[in-house]
Design a protein around this ligand. Structure first.
Ligand code: UD1
Ligand code: UDP
Length: 373
């Protein structure tokens, strides 16, 4: 049994951690540190309640701020907790400021890091997430990749200890040779796929929000990436583009987007009769909303994948994506920042026939727990 300190702080990390914690706790002791990066009830607490994630042992209450200030505060505070708790491993997820802070605090104290969702690249260093990914991958001891593409990216960056086949027996054999200088890269499958499989039937027993009914034709849209929200023309482009789809659009608005819309005086665009901007929803409601939508439009990493898993066509409001498999399979198209190519895809339809299954077998959490032994 290992003592594992999990550092998380942003919405998608709660969903990923729920999938892993459930399995991890059967074999290991887990201490959860919530950095407080996300703190609104509907950006944080709702996920702990709905997904039965054990309450955090520590909440650092770091809150919002510039990259340096926010990451720096997390780093200082996580360090103190690692010194106190003396974990065998630190577990971090994804690509947020909470991820890089947790990883950096750990390695400086010689505690090895397991990074879940390693190896993703947009090859765009202007994205804060890309910096967080590259830094975290370069200091982690176990790099748990969600896809074969992620393993390939790491191989191209010079990682050599690669296990593309996430067979559990193979993984056991790989562990003794692992050191911080010779990190292990494993295709574990995607923990968000585990999460969908586990929660979809539970979500289907819920009610849709009052704006829509089962059987309605609607688009489910989300937008929160800095490249879209912080550039006024891009945010305006996205809102106008969504309104121009000529169909009902349900838009659970990230608090960042709502604040930027107000700051740029774009709120009136949200009053278009076809747009229904609602508060962020919990994961189960989100799954239900996606499952019943005809089309998904988003700049979220997690939502692109969920659209694919649920068999919904997706239009991505970015110039590139880390989730290449969805595009290669013909189920996702890139409509550019600000949705500038959105009109090209008004009638976008995915191909007929079965979809590939690039995200594993729903047992990524199990592999991650096994890797920590
Ligand atoms: C962060 C991650 C991003 C991830 C996203 C998931 C970084 C650099 N970015 O972006 O990779 O896709 O989380 O949702 O770590 N705010 C609130 N209430 C909250 C949280 C945020 O009002 O509970 C507002 C604040 O004005 C804050 C802004 O949203 O300044 C941005 O929050 P922040 O956590 O810095 O980045 P996200 O855009 O959420
Ligand atoms: N999500 C949610 N409620 C919302 C919007 C998104 O539960 O109102 C879920 C979504 O289904 C996915 C995750 O949050 O599982 C994605 O998080 P987000 O888009 O914030 O970040 P990203 O994946 O882009 O880092």
């Amino acid at each position: 049994m290992m003592k594992v300190l999990t550092v998380l702080g942003a919405r998608p990390q709660f969903i990923k951690a729920a999938a892993v914690s459930r399995v991890l706790r059967r074999f290991h002791q887990e201490v959860i540190v919530h950095t407080g990066q996300h703190y609104d009830e509907n950006m944080s607490a709702v996920f702990f309640q709905e997904l039965n994630i054990p309450l955090p042992d520590y909440n650092l209450g770091v809150g919002s701020g510039s990259h340096g200030r926010q990451t720096g505060r997390m780093l200082a505070e996580v360090e103190e907790i690692i010194v106190k708790e003396q974990p065998d491993w630190v577990l971090v997820y994804g690509d947020t400021n909470s991820t890089v802070a947790g990883a950096l605090a750990a390695v400086k104290l010689h505690v090895p890091v397991l990074h879940v969702e390693s190896g993703l690249r947009s090859f765009n260093r202007r994205m804060p997430e890309e910096i967080n990914r590259v830094v975290t991958d370069s200091i982690s001891t176990i790099l748990a990749c969600p896809t074969a593409t992620a393993v390939r990216n790491l191989s191209e960056e010079g990682f050599t200890n690669l296990f593309s086949n996430g067979d559990l027996a193979n993984i056991g054999a790989a562990i003794p040779s692992v050191t911080p200088e010779r990190p292990l890269v494993v295709n574990t499958g995607d923990v968000m796929y585990d999460a969908v499989l586990y929660n979809l039937e539970i979500a289907r027993r819920r009610q849709l929000p009052p704006e829509i009914h089962f059987g309605d034709d609607y688009i489910l849209a989300t937008v929160h990436r800095a490249e879209n929200t912080d550039v006024p023309e891009n945010l305006e482009g996205v809102f106008r583009g969504l309104a121009s789809m000529g169909r009902k659009v349900i838009l659970p608005l990230h608090p960042r987007t709502r604040k930027k819309a107000a700051g740029f005086r774009l709120e009136r665009l949200l009053e278009s009769p076809s747009l229904h901007a609602i508060e962020p929803v919990g994961y189960l409601e989100m799954l239900l909303l996606m499952d019943n939508a005809s089309l998904i439009i988003t700049d979220s990493g997690g939502v692109q994948k969920e659209a694919f898993i649920l068999g919904k066509p997706c239009i991505t409001l970015r110039d590139e994506t880390e989730w290449l498999e969805t595009v290669e399979a013909g189920w996702n198209v890139l409509a550019g920042l600000g949705g500038r190519k959105l009109t090209m895809y008004h009638d976008f339809l995915p191909p007929e026939g079965p979809r590939p299954a690039p995200y594993g077998d729903g047992r990524a959490g199990q592999r991650i727990a096994a890797l920590l032994v």
